[in-house]
Design a binder for this molecule. Structure first.
Ligand SMILES: Cc1ncc(C[n+]2csc(CCOP(=O)(O)OP(=O)(O)O)c2C)c(N)n1
Ligand SMILES: [Mg+2]
Length: 328
C-alpha cells in the first residue's frame, strides 16, 4: 500500500471503526427505548482516535479512558458482549454490572479503567508508566482524555512529572472542541493544546483525529519513543462528536441544552473518518463492495448477539451489591 501499512491493518481499522459506530448506534436506540438506563456518552464521529491509537499498541500495553470510552474498550480488543451487558448494568458485564457505561475495566486486554472524573486518566496513566519503569516491563501506558481535561491542574503536573522522569506514557487528547456545552475557547487561554508540551520539554503534535492512518502512525512513533526510554509525547487529535454530550440526540442548537450550530455538525459529518478510509481502500483496491458487505453483515450479527446476551443476562444479586466496588 502507498502508506507502508499492511492491507490487514487497514482492513482492521475499517472493521473496528465500523464496529464502534454500529455498537454505539444500537446503544443510542436502546437508550431511547428505555432499555438502557445508564448515562451513555457516545463517541460516534470520533472512532478513528481509539482505533488508530490502539492498533499501534501491543496487547500488554495499558490504556486508560474516561466517561466516553466504549470506543477505547472495543479498539483495544474487548469482548463486546461484556461491554453491552455492562451498559445494561447486568451481572455478566465487564464490571459485573456495577459500573455502567462510565466505569469500564478489562485487565485482560490492558484496559485498566475509565474514570469519569475529568482528567483522572492522566495521572493514573503516569503512575502506571512509573510502575512499568520500576518493574522493567517495557509496557507503554496511554491516557485518553478530552479537551476539557486540559483545564485541570493535574494535566500540567502529570506532563511535568512524566517528562522529568522520562516515563513510557502517551497522552492522547481527543479535542472535540467542547466540554459538555462549553466551547474550548471559553476555558483555555491558548486553545492550541499540543503546544503546551513545549513547556514540559516533550514533543507535542496536533493531528487530524478523523484520519485513522495519521493517528496510527503518530501514536506508533510516540510508542516507539516511550519504549526506548525517551519519555512521553502529547498528541492532540482534532475531532467532533456527532451526538449530544450524553445520550443519543444530536445536541444542536434548539434541540437540548447545547449550543452547537447545525452547520458546524454538518461540516464535520462531511469529514467522517469511516467514509474517508472506505474511499481510500476502495481506490487502492484493498476493499471491494462484496467484502464491505461481508464486514457489515458480521458486525451486525455480533452486535445483535451482544444485545441479546445483555438482555438475557441477570442483574447483580442484591446481597452482592457491595462486592467488586472497592479494590484494596
Ligand atoms: C472533575 C470533574 N468536573 C466536572 C465533571 C462533569 N463532566 C463530565 S464530562 C464533562 C466534560 C468533559 O469534556 P471533555 O474533557 O472535553 O470530554 P468530552 O465529553 O468532550 O469527550 C464534565 C464537565 C466531571 N465528571 N469531573
Ligand atoms: Mg471535549
Amino acid at each position: 500500500m502507498t502508506n507502508n501499512i499492511s492491507k490487514d491493518i487497514l482492513l482492521k481499522m475499517y472493521e473496528t471503526m465500523l464496529l464502534i459506530r454500529r455498537f454505539e448506534e444500537r446503544v443510542g436506540d436502546l437508550v431511547l427505548k428505555g432499555e438502557i438506563k445508564t448515562p451513555c456518552h457516545l463517541c460516534i464521529g470520533e472512532e478513528a482516535i481509539a482505533t488508530g491509537a490502539c492498533l499501534a499498541l501491543e496487547k500488554e500495553d495499558y490504556i486508560f479512558g474516561n466517561h466516553r470510552s466504549h470506543g477505547h474498550y472495543i479498539a483495544k480488543g474487548g469482548d463486546i458482549k461484556k461491554l453491552m451487558a455492562e451498559i445494561f448494568c447486568k451481572e455478566t458485564g465487564c464490571s459485573r454490572g456495577k459500573g455502567g457505561s462510565m466505569h469500564l475495566i478489562a485487565p485482560e486486554i490492558g484496559l485498566l479503567g475509565t474514570p469519569p472524573i475529568v482528567g483522572a486518566s492522566i495521572p493514573i496513566a503516569v503512575g502506571s508508566a512509573l510502575s512499568s519503569t520500576i518493574k522493567g516491563s517495557n509496557q507503554v501506558s496511554v491516557s485518553f482524555f478530552g479537551d476539557g481535561a486540559t483545564s485541570e491542574g493535574v494535566f500540567y503536573e502529570s506532563l511535568n512529572f512524566a517528562s522529568l522522569k522520562k516515563l513510557p506514557v502517551v497522552f492522547i487528547c481527543e479535542n472535540n472542541f467542547y466540554s459538555t456545552h462549553m466551547p474550548v475557547f471559553k476555558i483555555l487561554a491558548d486553545t492550541n493544546i499540543a503546544k503546551k508540551a513545549e513547556g514540559f520539554n516533550m514533543p507535542g503534535v496536533q493531528i487530524n483525529g478523523n484520519n485513522v492512518i495519521e493517528v496510527f502512525q503518530t501514536v506508533q512513533k510516540a510508542v516507539e519513543r516511550a519504549r526506548e526510554g525517551n519519555g512521553p509525547t502529547l498528541i492532540e487529535c482534532l475531532t467532533y462528536r456527532w451526538r449530544g454530550h450524553v445520550g443519543p440526540d444530536d445536541n444542536i442548537q434548539g434541540t437540548h441544552t447545547d449550543i452547537r450550530p447545525k452547520e458546524e455538525l454538518d461540516s464535520w459529518k462531511e469529514k467522517c473518518s469511516i467514509k474517508r478510509l472506505e474511499k481510500y481502500l476502495l481506490e487502492q483496491g484493498a476493499l471491494s463492495e462484496t467484502v464491505k458487505g461481508q464486514i457489515i453483515e458480521k458486525i451486525e450479527k455480533e452486535t445483535q448477539e451482544a444485545v441479546e446476551f445483555a438482555q438475557k443476562s441477570p442483574y447483580p444479586k442484591e446481597e452482592e451489591l457491595f462486592e467488586d466496588v472497592f479494590k484494596t
